[in-house]
Design a protein around this ligand. Sequence first.
Ligand code: IMP
Length: 429
Amino acid sequence: MASVTVIGAQWGDEGKGKIVDWLASRADAVVRFQGGHNAGHTLVVGEQVYKLSLLPSGIVTGTLSIIGNGVVLDPWALKAEFDKLTAQGVTITTENFAIADNCPLILPLHRDLDGLREQAAGSGKIGTTGRGIGPAYEDKVGRRAIRVCDLAHLDALDSQLDRLCAHHDALRAGFGQPPVDRAALLAELAEIAPFVLQFAQPVWKRLNKVRKAGARILFEGAQGVLLDVDHGTYPFVTSSNTVSGTAASGSGLGPNATGFVLGIVKAYTTRVGSGPFPTELEDETGQRLGERGHEFGTVTGRKRRCGWFDAVLTRQSCAISGVTGIALTKLDVLDGFDKVKICTGYRLRGKVLDYFPSHAADQAAVEPIYEEMDGWQGTTAGARSWADLPAQAIKYIQRVQELIETPVALVSTSPEREDTILVRDPFVD
Ligand code: IMP
């Protein structure tokens, strides 16, 4: 049976939550494979609003939910989210939730370092979520991370802590900070360990087993391709690979297991944090997009930067991630505009480019080339079939798919699950 990998095809916040929730209700397992609690997914199911950062979206529907090895896990953030959701009536047990035992931990020292660096960088800051994501991934590839499985062996952690603390103490000294309080760290880990360990297991094994039994697996990406540490707007990126290929390595399955790649694409563009954004609108139009689209971060509450749809960047994301089809979201935010614009190329120092260059200075210097289309006056909100859409909105969708060279699989027309136009079912194809 088919599996589906969902990724954001812009800078995150494309509205993955609703799509993932809808797919999760039909999946047998949902897996997070990268990122951490820097993600923010809002699920609206009937009257209930669930805000998830770390737990896979399947948790709300009781579907087997797995945190894969590619995630960096803050155990205290996990506990807080667990408590919040169980208070909302969600049932989380060892039957429906598992954590990869080889998953690296985010520790308080990672949060400290994230904050200290951002503060020291001043206007050159990345604008991170402050959750310690980058420092935790650095320690993973630096081979000094404390992992979930280490929580079962805290009495044998001395030499690992020596390496970890030697590294962090030197960095902290540079920021005028005291060394890591090892005793306090160990005590905190000992306190949280039983909670995390009840869910810990070699999830690659469980996933391979359910896959062999014919399960439909949903791989739930976080952030977006333009924040990928290799392919994104480096250095203004997150510290993980957000592309679809990570679904395999970040969960313990092969690349042949990840199925239909569904790229979530917002009908305009937004970005939180610093970094290049060719179609950014710092005028009334940008303001209008932000207000109509409720563009405030789920995790940090920060106002998102807004701009016109960038077909060049989205085409690049879809190519890099092998996107099979897209889910177009938040089309209704464009309702009522007299004219709408789409970026179809860039001008860079007299040259025309049909791709986004790699160098940060070039990325900052490109000027968008726009194509202008008539807008539409009717509403697209709540539409459930093409017949419900104004003709001009259909033209916009068609132009988007043509420019990004990737077909539309579905169009989402409100946060409600049912308000969706389905062109091609990712689980069936
Ligand atoms: P970090 O992931 O906290 O290190 O932040 C690095 C960059 O990724 C910053 O620009 C953040 O705003 C951005 N970022 C991280 N997570 C998300 C997300 O879930 N949505 C949108 N942007 C994000």
